[in-house]
Ligand binder design. Structure first.
Ligand SMILES: *[C@@H]1O[C@H](CO)[C@@H](O)[C@H](O)[C@H]1NC(C)=O
Ligand SMILES: *[C@@H]1O[C@H](CO)[C@@H](O)[C@H](O)[C@H]1NC(C)=O
Ligand SMILES: *[C@@H]1O[C@H](CO)[C@@H](O)[C@H](O)[C@H]1NC(C)=O
Ligand SMILES: *[C@@H]1O[C@H](CO)[C@@H](O)[C@H](O)[C@H]1NC(C)=O
Ligand SMILES: *[C@@H]1O[C@H](CO)[C@@H](O)[C@H](O)[C@H]1NC(C)=O
Ligand SMILES: *[C@@H]1O[C@H](CO)[C@@H](O)[C@H](O)[C@H]1NC(C)=O
Ligand SMILES: *[C@@H]1O[C@H](CO)[C@@H](O)[C@H](O)[C@H]1NC(C)=O
Ligand SMILES: *[C@@H]1O[C@H](CO)[C@@H](O)[C@H](O)[C@H]1NC(C)=O
Length: 622
C-alpha cells in the first residue's frame, strides 16, 4: 500500500530542526508503510562516519540525532502495540566521512555521537580492523560502552600490555525481549577477513562453528535466533551459519542482519530464515519484522505448525519519512536527546572545519551511475586529469609511468557545487600512499592492469582474490543487480543540493501547498528500486530507478609517454593497497620483482592529491 501523507508535510519544505544546518530540505515521496511483527528490527550498517547525514542529497539528509529521535518514537509505538523493537548495527562505522577521518586521532567525535543511540546488538566490520589504532579504539571505547550488546563471535583482540589473545567482546548474548518475553540468542560475525591489523584475530566462520561455546549456543533452544554480521548476504558465510543452526533447530526462526556489500538486499534461506542488508553510508535504515514466533518451551508441536512471516523495508534516511513512520508530526519529532545529538554533530563539524571550501565542482561525477570510461565517470576524471597532474615524484617526473589505482579506493560520487574538506574524505578516506617499481620493461608492465582486472589463476597461490580491489557493491552481487527497469518517460532529475538553492522543495511550489490539493503525488526522486528475494516493494519511498554500471577492479593512468612509439621501460606506480596483487602480476608477466624492488613514490594519499587538484583547477563557479 502506498501513502502520500509525507507529501503534505513536504510542502512546508523547511529543514527540520534536528538535521544539520547545512542539510538540504528533505524531499517527499509516496510511501510504503512499515509492517510490524512480534519482534521488529531497525538496522544500520556500513555507516562509514556519515552520522551527519547527506548534505548534498535531500532524500538522505537526516542525521544521527534524527535517528535517535526516531528510535524513541518507535519504542513508544512498540510498547503501545505490545511488541518488541531491537536496534542493530553491523559495523564499518568508521572511515569514509570527514566527521570520522578529519580529526586527530580519528573518530575523536564520532564514537561519542554514535554511542548516543541505544543499540541492542552490534558487531565489528572490516574497517574497524585495518589499522591497529582503530582496533584498539574499538576495544577501549565502543565495546565497553555497549558491553551488554556488543558481540564478537569470531573476533579476538590482542592486548598490547600482555600479548594475550582475548575475545574482542562477548561471543553471543541471550536475552528475553521486553514486551513479548521471547528468548533470543544473538550471534555477531565478521566475514572471513584476512587483512586485519595484527592486534586482532579473525577466526574463520567454519572454524568458529566447531568451538564449544558455539555448539552450546545453538542448543540454547531460544524462540528466535538473531545472527548479525558484517557479512554480505550473497557471500558464503551466512549460508554456512544457517545450515549449522538449522540442522540443530528445525523449526526455530532465524533473522539475519548483514552488510558489507553496501546494498539493499534480502535473502530467504528457508521459510523460517531471512536475511536483510541495509545499504550504506546512513542512506538507509533497514526494517525487519518477524511474526508468528511461537514459544518453544510451551509447545514444540505448535512451533512446527506455526507460519513465521518476515517483512522488510528499506527506509530512506529522510526526516519526512521518519516522521511518517513514527506517526509524529514535524513539531513533535525531535526529542530532547535527538536534539542534543544533532548539536554534537554540528559542533564537531564546525570544530573540524568540514565545510571549508576547497573548490567548486563544475558537474556531477559518478562512480557507477555513469559508464566507465566517460566524461561523467569519476574514474575517467582521476585517470585523465587528477593522477597525471598530481601523482608525481619530482626526481622521476620525466620518466614514463603507468599509475594504477583500484576502484575500491574511491567511495563516493562528486556533486556539482561546493567541494569541501568533507568531500575529500567522502571520496577517498584511505591512508594508502603510492609505491612504485622503477624502470620496469614496458612489455612487462603493460600486462599488469589486465591481470588485475581479469583475476584468475595468477593470484591463487597467494590466496588473493582480485574482487577485493573493486567497490563493495560488486564483490558478491545479488542476482537481481543490474536488472533495474529502464526509467519511466518523465523521470525527475535528482534534487541535489546546489549551494544556492539549498531549500528548494521537490514539489516546485513556493507557497507551501500543491495547487491541486492533496491528491497529487510528489514527483518521484531518483533512488533505489530494490529487487530482492522478497520482491520489489522493499523501499519505503517509491523512487524512479537509477541505472548502475559496473566498473573494473583497477584503472590506470598513462603519463609522460613518448610522442611516438612505446617507451622501453616505465615506472610502475600503484596505490599501496594493491601491492599484494602487483608482485604476482609482475612475476606472471615476466618481471621477477619482490618487495625489495618496491619503494615509496610519493607520500601523498589519493585524498591529498584530489584535494590538491581541485584547489588548483576548480576555482570558479560557486
Ligand atoms: C577532540 O575532541 C575534544 C572534544 O570532544 C576536543 O576538546 C579536542 O580539541 C578534539 N581534538 C581534536 C584534535 O580534534
Ligand atoms: C511477559 O512477562 C511478564 C512478567 O514477567 C508478564 O507480566 C507479561 O504478561 C508477559 N507478556 C507476555 C506477552 O507474555
Ligand atoms: C604488529 O606489527 C607491528 C609492526 O609490523 C609491531 O610493531 C607490533 O608490535 C605488532 N603487534 C602485535 C600485537 O603483534
Ligand atoms: C504535538 O505537539 C503539540 C503541541 O506542540 C501537542 O499539543 C500534541 O499533543 C503533540 N502530539 C503528540 C502526538 O505528542
Ligand atoms: C541534553 O544536553 C544537555 C546539556 O548538555 C543535558 O543537560 C541534558 O540532560 C541532555 N538531555 C538529554 C535528553 O540527553
Ligand atoms: C568529453 O570531454 C571532452 C573534453 O572536454 C570533449 O571533447 C568530449 O566531446 C566529451 N565527450 C563526451 C562524450 O561528452
Ligand atoms: C630486485 O631487487 C633485488 C635486491 O635489490 C635485486 O637484486 C634484483 O635485481 C631486483 N630485481 C629486478 C628485476 O630488478
Ligand atoms: C616519505 O616519507 C618518509 C618518512 O617521512 C621519507 O623518509 C621519504 O623520503 C618520503 N618519500 C618521498 C618519496 O617523499
Amino acid at each position: 500500500m502506498i501513502h502520500k501523507a509525507a507529501a503534505v508535510a513536504a510542502s512546508l519544505a523547511i529543514v527540520a530542526n534536528g538535521a544539520q544546518p547545512e542539510a538540504p530540505a528533505p524531499v517527499a515521496a509516496p510511501m510504503r508503510d512499515l509492517e510490524w511483527g512480534q519482534i521488529n528490527f531497525l538496522h544500520t550498517t556500513d555507516i562509514h562516519g556519515w552520522l551527519g547525514g547527506h548534505l548534498q542529497e535531500a532524500q538522505y539528509s537526516a542525521d544521527w540525532g534524527d535517528y535517535v529521535s526516531f528510535v524513541e518514537h518507535m519504542h513508544r509505538k512498540a510498547n503501545e502495540k505490545g511488541v518488541d523493537l531491537l536496534i542493530v548495527d553491523t559495523g564499518d562505522r568508521v572511515e569514509g566521512n570527514g566527521l570520522y577521518d578529519g580529526s586527530d586521532p580519528k573518530g575523536n567525535y564520532t564514537y561519542d555521537i554514535f554511542g548516543q543511540q541505544n543499540l541492542d546488538i552490534l558487531c565489528t566490520g572490516n574497517h574497524e580492523l585495518y589499522q591497529e589504532d582503530t582496533v584498539a579504539r574499538e576495544h577501549s571505547i565502543t565495546v565497553p560502552h555497549f558491553k551488554k550488546s556488543y558481540i564478537a563471535s569470531n573476533l579476538d583482540y590482542i592486548e598490547p600490555e600482555t600479548g594475550n589473545q582475548i575475545p574482542q567482546a562477548k561471543r553471543y548474548i541471550k536475552f528475553k525481549t521486553k514486551n513479548q518475553n521471547y528468548t533470543v540468542v544473538a550471534l555477531g560475525f565478521i566475514f572471513d577477513f584476512d587483512r586485519n591489523a595484527n592486534n586482532s584475530v579473525v577466526v574463520p566462520v567454519a572454524e568458529t562453528m566447531k568451538q564449544e561455546w558455539f555448539q552450546s549456543a545453538i542448543r540454547e533452544k531460544p524462540d528466535l535466533f538473531v545472527v548479525i554480521g558484517h557479512v554480505g548476504l550473497r557471500m558464503a558465510e551466512f549460508e554456512q551459519i544457517f545450515k549449522v543452526i538449522r540442522d540443530e533447530n528445525w523449526y526455530t526462526p532465524i533473522a539475519f542482519l548483514g552488510g558489507h556489500a553496501h546494498v539493499r538486499d534480502a535473502r530467504r534461506f528457508d521459510d523460517k530464515a531471512v536475511a536483510i542488508a541495509s545499504g550504506r553510508y546512513f542512506e538507509t535504515i533497514g526494517w525487519l519484522s518477524v511474526d508468528g514466533i511461537s514459544k518453544r518451551k510451551t509447545d514444540v508441536a505448535t512451533s512446527a505448525r506455526a507460519g513465521v512471516t518476515f517483512k522488510r523495508r528499506y527506509i530512506d534516511n529522510n526526516v519526512l519519512g521518519l516522521q511518517y513512520h513514527a506517526g509524529v508530526d514535524e513539531k513533535n519529532f525531535t526529542t530532547a536527546h535527538g536534539r542534543n545529538v544533532s548539536r554534537m554533530i554540528t559542533e564537531a563539524r564546525k570544530a573540524l572545519n568540514l565545510d571549508h571550501k576547497i573548490g567548486c565542482a563544475p558537474k556531477d561525477l559518478w562512480m557507477t551511475r555513469a559508464q566507465y570510461p566517460s566524461n561523467a565517470s569519476i574514474f575517467t576524471w582521476l585517470e585523465k586529469k587528477v593522477i597525471p597532474d598530481t601523482v608525481i615524484n619530482e626526481e622521476r617526473a620525466d620518466k614514463p609511468r603507468l599509475t594504477i589505482v583500484n576502484t575500491g579506493a574511491v567511495r563516493f560520487d562528486i556533486f556539482e557545487g561546493a567541494f569541501t574538506k568533507d568531500s575529500t574524505y567522502l571520496i577517498s578516506p584511505f591512508t594508502s600512499k603510492f609505491n612504485y617499481v622503477p624502470d620496469v620493461p614496458y612489455a612487462v608492465a603493460k600486462k599488469v592492469l589486465q591481470l588485475l582486472n581479469n583475476g584468475g589463476a595468477v593470484f591463487q597461490a597467494g590466496h588473493l582474490d582480485t574482487k577485493y580491489l573493486s567497490i563493495p557493491e560488486q564483490m558478491a552481487p545479488s542476482p537481481f543487480l543490474g536488472k533495474e527497469p529502464s526509467p519511466p518517460p518523465h523521470v525527475a532529475r535528482p534534487i541535489f543540493y546546489d549551494g544556492e538553492q539549498a531549500q528548494r522543495p521537490l514539489v516546485e511550489d513556493e507557497d507551501g501547498g500543491d495547487n491541486d490539493g492533496d491528491d497529487e503525488e510528489p514527483e518521484l526522486v531518483n533512488g533505489y528500486t530494490t529487487k530482492d528475494d522478497l520482491g520489489d516493494d522493499g523501499d519505503d519511498a517509491v523512487h524512479s530507478p537509477i541505472k548502475f554500471y559496473s566498473v573494473p577492479n583497477c584503472i590506470q593512468a598513462q603519463v609522460a609517454f613518448p610522442e611516438a612509439g612505446d617507451p622501453e621501460t616505465v615506472d610502475l606506480v600503484f596505490i599501496d593497497y594493491v601491492q599484494p596483487w602487483i608482485i604476482p602480476a609482475l612475476k606472471f608477466s615476466g618481471g621477477d620483482y619482490d618487495t625489495d624492488n618496491i619503494t615509496v613514490y610519493t607520500n601523498a594519499t589519493l585524498t591529498d592529491v584530489i584535494a590538491e587538484w581541485v584547489g588548483k583547477h576548480w576555482t570558479e563557479g560557486c
